[in-house]
Design a protein around this ligand. Structure first.
Ligand SMILES: NC(=O)c1ccc[n+]([C@@H]2O[C@H](COP(=O)([O-])OP(=O)(O)OC[C@H]3O[C@@H](n4cnc5c(N)ncnc54)[C@H](OP(=O)(O)O)[C@@H]3O)[C@@H](O)[C@H]2O)c1
Length: 253
């Protein structure tokens, strides 16, 4: 086996949440390019259908399941559908997420809870459902954020707490499932990448952030996808419990 063979995912099945826009679409593409069939979850069925068509255009199989990750039964149903259609789940990418920026004295309990429900609890429901069926050699990749590690001007208590919580969840599942199940669990902490989420920022914000980033620019989703495929595949076979910032150096500033 060559070193490049270790990055291949031929014959594997990957579940990607939040695959209807932004980074989730890039992840689905990268996993399919590496050889995996993909099972896609998000709330917008019509957008998921576009991702299915893209994956099928690459010659891989794809299944879309309308999913609200804040609902534990929805998460279980997504994994059940993957098992029914493909008979296995080798990779889980916990990518679905929402971003908010609300000053702490104004944030309502509902606003705070919604972010935790989607960004943190949803990842746990997905990991639990996958952890029951994954075979040794499988891999979970949680999409955290640099905002789980540092701050970036905006008032983001809920988002920051959810993404920092996800880093803790990553560590704990890695230690629970390493020896016992042979499942690796890691996280990526992305810096800034263009998506529907970053489209919501006010004019000038990303330019200001870029001045803080040692590489002087926001990232290209393909740069994130390369890190994902490393973690998801045997190339990352001795990596577990880790959170890797892919952020152009932002978190060293
Ligand atoms: N872009 C960045 O710079 C950046 C940086 C750090 C971390 N991240 C993280 O990367 C992930 C992807 O974000 P993105 O930038 O690609 O944003 P995006 O384009 O807004 O994508 C978010 C995805 O999550 C899905 N989603 C939201 N709520 C959901 C729910 N309740 N159930 C199921 N799916 C749900 C959305 O699909 P539906 O609306 O169809 O449900 C969408 O596919 C997020 O976890 C985000 O926090 C992004």
């Amino acid at each position: 086996m060559t070193v490049m063979d270790r990055f291949r995912l031929d014959g594997k099945v990957a579940v990607v949440t939040g695959a209807s826009s932004g980074l989730g679409v890039a992840f689905a593409r990268g996993l399919a390019e590496a050889g995996a069939d993909v099972v896609l979850g998000a709330r917008r069925a019509e957008k998921l259908a576009e991702t299915v068509a893209m994956v099928e255009g690459l010659g891989r199989r794809a299944l879309a399941v309308t999913t609200d990750v804040a609902s534990q039964p929805d998460c279980q149903a997504l994994v059940d559908a993957a098992m029914e259609d493909f008979g296995r789940v080798d990779v889980l990418v916990n990518n679905a997420g929402i971003g908010t920026a609300v000053p702490a004295t104004k944030e309502t309990p509902e606003q705070f809870t919604q972010v935790i429900d989607v960004n943190l609890n949803g990842c746990y429901w997905m990991a639990q459902a996958c952890g029951k069926v994954m075979q040794p050699g499988s891999s979970i990749v949680n999409i955290s954020s640099v905002i789980g590690l540092t701050t970036a001007e905006l008032p983001q208590a809920a988002y920051s707490a959810s993404k920092a919580g996800l880093i803790g969840l990553t560590r704990d599942l890695a230690q629970q499932w390493g020896t016992r199940k042979g499942i690796r669990v890691n996280a990526i902490a992305p810096g800034f990448f263009a998506s529907e989420m970053t489209d919501q920022y006010k004019d000038g914000y990303l330019d200001r952030m870029s001045e803080r980033i040692p590489m002087g620019r926001i990232g290209d989703p393909e740069e994130l996808t390369a890190a994902l495929v490393f973690m998801a595949s045997d190339a990352g076979g001795y990596l577990t419990g880790q959170t890797v910032p892919v952020d152009g150096g932002l978190t060293i500033t």
